[in-house]
Structure formats: C-alpha cells, structure tokens
Design a protein around this ligand. Structure first.
Ligand SMILES: C[S@@+](CC[C@H](N)C(=O)[O-])C[C@H]1O[C@@H](n2cnc3c(N)ncnc32)[C@H](O)[C@@H]1O
Length: 284
C-alpha cells in the first residue's frame, strides 16, 4: 500500500465510519484489507482503492466493515449490568410506573452479546414488568455482525466468555457444537443497521443507552458530536453507559457522571438535550 493509498483510506474511514486511524496504522489496514482484496479476486489494496474511487459502494462497505473491531462478550465488564440490575432498573420502573414502558438502546451492538445480556437481565424482572412495553433496540454499522446477532447462535468459546452457566442452561439450547439463544430472548431485541455518524433522531428517545467500546475509535470532534446527539436521544432522567476505557470528561458537558456508578452518566440538565427542553417546557 502506498502512502497516498493509506491517506485516502484513512480519510474515507474517518468520514464514513468515524474510525480515527493514526498515521502509523498501515499494518492494521494491511492485515484487514489484503485478505479482503484476495477474497474479491483483486491483486491488492491498490485495486481496492481504485474500485472505491470508481464509485463501487459494495467495495466501500466491505472495506468499512473489514476495518471495524467487533470484539464483545456477554455481560462485558460486569459492573454496568450490576448497576442496571441493582439501581437503574428498579429506579426506572418506579419512575415509569405510570406509563409502563421502557426503551433501551445498544448503540454499537456487534454480534449481540450486549443486547442479549440486557434481555436476559430484564427477564429476571418479568413479574414486575408484566404488562409493560419493553423495547431493546440493537444497532450497528456492520450488516455482517447484525446477521450473526439476529441468528443468536454462539460458539462454545463465545458462551464461555462472561455468561454465567445458569444463564447458559436457562436460555440456550445446544445445536451440535454451537449454542442458540431461545426464541423468547431473541424476540426481545430488535436489530437494525445504524451508523452513529448519521442522524439517529428517528429512533426516538430512550431511557437507557449503552454506547460502549465504539467511541474509543473516534476522534475528539466526532465524539463531541455523537455525545451531543445521544443527549438529545436520552430521557431527562435517562442513563448512558460507556465502556470501561471511555468517559465524557474533557469531551462534553452534555452528560454528568451518575454518582457512585462508574461508567454510567446522566444528561446534564444545565446543558441542552431533552433534559433542558423539559425544563423550558415546564417553566413555560
Ligand atoms: C468493539 S465493538 C463493541 C460492542 C459492544 N458495544 C461491547 O461493548 O461489547 C464496536 C462495534 O461498533 C461498531 N461500529 C463501528 N463504527 C460504528 C459506527 N460509525 N456506527 C455504528 N456502529 C459502529 C462496530 O461494527 C462494532 O460492532
């Protein structure tokens, strides 16, 4: 890959998917795109770039997908799920007792382990949530991961990562060497393609947003833009969960840390978003 080809791909990836590659990541691009080029019967990355320049959207999408990192596992980092079970859901259920609805969004859901972890956790609250409208919306840029997520089929290795054995026994059935999630849990999650670089206001507003381990790949300004739009998609008393290595600190004041709940944030009522709109409406 020539330096010019690398620069072209860096710019394309930043604009289309938000991925911010530093100047020294040629090896990463090569390790992901050389196999892609071979599979497509092309001589190398140079030919991939030519196809993109000639307007091939299919090749562009393949390149973007090949450059995404889809690492995920059930109940990843554990703590946000403990907070959800112990604090967030009980508080939300009290606050939403009148309208009896709950909307949760996993904004970079990869192969489904994160939204399905939330679904299994919500199942524990079935009795209290009887008669409620509960939605879990799982979105990702990559169609490949969404397809796998929808099938809900996981390898032995995948179910061994983070999933307590009792939940494996309760919610999965073995299919040969693989494990398929039972239909009731799969049906709790709606999977949709969505690029966080684009408008997502059409999804409506949510009570809880998990946006974990994706913004870490984006540059500062892109993070600011996405945080500001996430704040508008979150209810005034809603909760945002970020990944263990992510934070809003030094990036935006659209959110403030949820006291004593590491990794969780609430919209800042003093600063834009639905929280401020509510205050203005109440004052008027
Ligand atoms: C490392 S995984 C994180 C999965 C899960 N949230 C977790 O924490 O385990 C990051 C996911 O973000 C997705 N992604 C990358 N860029 C995106 C974008 N611009 N919009 C939506 N999803 C994106 C990738 O396809 C990938 O599945």
């Amino acid at each position: 890959m020539t330096p010019l080809e690398y620069e072209y791909l860096r710019k394309l990836l930043r604009e289309r998917s938000g991925l911010d590659l530093s100047a020294d990541k040629q090896y990463l691009v090569e390790s992901r795109l050389v196999p892609l080029a071979r599979k497509a019967g092309l001589a190398g990355i140079g030919e991939l770039v030519q196809k993109i320049k000639a307007g091939s959207e299919a090749v562009t999408v393949d390149v973007i997908e090949a450059m995404t990192t889809n690492e995920t596992f059930f109940f990843r980092d554990k703590i946000p799920f403990d907070h959800l079970r112990q604090t967030v859901l009980p508080e939300m259920m009290q606050a939403r007792a009148g309208r009896r609805s709950l909307r949760i969004w996993c904004a970079a859901s990869s192969t489904g382990q994160e939204p399905y972890s939330i679904a299994m956790l919500l199942k524990e609250f079935s009795a209290q949530l009887a008669g409620w409208r509960v939605e879990i919306v799982a979105t990702d840029l990559s169609l490949g991961v969404l397809e796998k997520a929808r099938a809900g089929i996981f390898s032995q290795f995948e179910v061994q990562r983070g999933l307590p054995i009792q939940l494996l026994v309760k919610h999965f059935r073995q299919v040969g060497e693989l494990w398929q999630l039972n239909a009731d849990i799969r049906a709790m999650v709606q999977h949709r393609q969505l690029n966080l670089m684009q408008d997502f206001s059409h999804l409506g507003s949510f009570d809880v947003i998990f946006c974990r381990n994706v913004l870490i790949y984006f540059d500062h300004d892109t993070k600011i833009g996405i945080f500001n739009r996430l704040a508008k998609s979150l209810e005034a008393d809603g909760v945002l969960a970020l990944g263990a290595a992510e934070s809003v600190v030094g990036i935006t004041d659209a959110f403030k840390p949820y006291p004593e709940r590491r990794g969780l944030y609430r919209p800042n009522p003093a600063r834009g978003g639905r929280a401020a709109l509510r205050m203005v409406a109440a004052a008027g």
